[in-house]
Design a binder for this molecule. Structure first.
Ligand code: PEP
Ligand code: MN
Length: 262
């Protein structure tokens, strides 16, 4: 709870960047790493828009086993290279324990996906790594369940943990998920951890992403995780919710009117 660290946990990265401080942090990039050109171009665009992290999946949790599953270690190498060339940090999803070791040299932050929020063995293992973790809320997880999953990581000794609201499954079909903006202030009240918003998975449609990004920051989010693709119509996953590069640039400008952005 908050009592443990009333001032709030600040997660500090090797380049000195702080999440959970006074500034909003932007993590952006494609859903999946698809090719060298795609991720290099993405990194350039994220940096130009004012982002601090390059996001992108190399191990993808696809609903269908026949969909693109990600580039694996090759994708991690490309991401690292693209991020370094543009002064960005790397955040990417880990799906199972066996991937942790191979990922360590290439990444700055492990992302636990919504589908793995209750993969307790994975969470336990991430409690023992010395790298920050961003844990997403499960697709139908209650706040209580989010907190208990966070405990699996914290109790192992890894306090560099960030939480992320990414939309939950409800009866509503107008959006891909229902972005639970209230989860942001609720989690900020109940924990000392930084809380981010992922409006891309939250709504699933790019034209709705800016509104939910702004709402997340207005609600107190410490950062945003967003999908942006150099050519969303050609994306191998989540193209419909991926911002065009110029949309990201305009959105970051608007966010700056609301709160200090790194
Ligand atoms: C993603 O970030 O691309 C992703 C798979 O997100 P989630 O785990 O929230 O579905
Ligand atoms: Mn995605």
């Amino acid at each position: 709870g908050r009592g443990f660290r009333p001032e709030g946990t600040r997660v500090t990265f090797p380049n000195g960047l702080v999440v959970g401080g006074d500034e909003v942090v932007i993590m952006a990039g494609p859903c999946s790493v698809e090719s060298s050109d795609q991720i290099h171009l993405s990194a350039k665009q994220v940096a130009a828009s004012g982002g601090q992290f390059l996001r992108g999946g190399a191990y993808k949790p696809r609903s269908s086993p026949y969909s693109f599953q990600g580039m694996g270690v090759e994708g991690l190498k490309l991401m690292r290279e693209a991020a370094d060339e543009n002064g960005l940090l790397v955040i990417t999803e880990v799906m199972e324990i066996s991937q942790i070791e191979a990922m360590l040299p290439y990444i700055d932050c492990f992302q636990v996906g919504a589908r793995n929020m209750q993969n307790f063995n994975l969470l336990r293992e991430l409690g023992h790594v010395r790298k920050p973790v961003l844990m997403k809320r499960g697709i139908s997880a209650t706040i209580e369940e989010v907190l208990l999953s966070a405990e699996y990581i914290l109790s192992g000794g890894n306090y560099d943990l960030m939480l992320c609201e990414r939309g939950i499954r409800t009866f509503e079909t107008a959006t891909r998920n229902t972005m639970d903006i209230s989860a942001i202030p609720v989690l900020k009240k109940l924990t000392h951890l930084p809380v981010l918003g992922d409006p891309s998975h939250g709504v699933g449609k790019r034209d709705l992403v800016p509104a939910m990004a702004l709402a997340s920051v207005a609600a107190g989010a410490d950062g945003l995780l967003m999908e942006m693709h150099p050519n969303p119509d050609k994306a191998m996953s989540d193209g419909a919710q991926s911002l065009f590069p110029d949309q990201l640039t305009k959105l970051v400008e608007k966010l700056r009117l609301l709160a200090p952005v790194v």
